[in-house]
Design a protein around this ligand. Structure first.
Ligand SMILES: Cc1cc2nc3c(=O)[nH]c(=O)nc-3n(C[C@H](O)[C@H](O)[C@H](O)COP(=O)(O)O)c2cc1C
Length: 193
């Protein structure tokens, strides 16, 4: 047994590299994640911190052969964006796989809805990171199609549910955009004294 094999799998690998250098990739092509990969991606989200383990989220996967169907649904039901199906098909074609990440909060005496939305958000982030870990690139989008009530109901969401993101996943060149100017860890941190 070598030293590394005593570690939890969770702390092996290059997680800090993925976390510290992650960028979104808007230009995504085939191949997208296979069904086995999708399983791995969803599994990663089963392990996010989750108060009372309510698991308040779910995912609808739109594979490449269903993207036009999604675009047609958008076009039939959207009330807040143009219904131009050609344009919507272009949007849906931005990646070979779209994971529609849905928050499904429930009433709970100890876990407010806000906490359950955090769990749904970190579940989506975990899926994006897992996709990166498998060698795919991704882009998290929302926009009006994530909030249009008629679209949400056509997608089968209940009144309690909401979309936290459309995760566009596929293959892409390593994103070599430099990290943007922004806050540093020192800007974000203070110590209680
Ligand atoms: C909840 C959420 C919604 C987002 N919605 C959009 C969106 O609709 N369109 C978009 O261009 N970026 C959106 N973004 C931001 C991008 O996914 C991406 O993080 C941002 O462009 C910065 O790029 P980077 O991830 O490479 O730093 C969203 C991010 C989050 C967390």
């Amino acid at each position: 047994m070598d030293a590394d094999s005593t570690k939890s799998p969770a702390i092996q690998g290059d997680i800090l590299d993925i976390l510290g250098n992650r960028r979104s990739q808007p230009r995504l092509t085939s191949p997208g994640p296979s069904r086995d990969d999708i399983d791995t991606i969803i599994n990663s989200a089963l392990h996010v911190p989750d108060h009372h383990r309510l698991s308040p989220w779910r995912v609808v996967a739109v594979e490449d052969n269903q993207r036009d169907k999604l675009a047609v649904l958008w076009s039939e039901y959207a009330t807040t964006v143009s219904n131009d199906v050609t344009k919507l098909k272009t949007k849906a074609a931005r990646a070979p796989l779209i994971l529609i990440c849905i928050a499904s909060p429930i009433e709970h005496p100890k876990v407010p809805r806000s906490e359950q939305l955090v769990t749904a958000g970190i579940a989506a982030y975990s899926m994006l990171l897992a996709a990166n870990g498998l060698g795919y690139q991704g882009y998290w989008r929302t926009g009006k199609l994530a909030y249009d009530p008629k679209v949400l109901s056509a997608l089968g969401l209940t009144d309690e549910e909401s979309i936290v993101g459309y995760l566009y996943l596929g293959s892409g060149a390593e994103n070599e955009r430099p990290q943007p100017e922004g806050p540093t860890s020192q800007d974000k941190l203070s110590y209680l004294e």
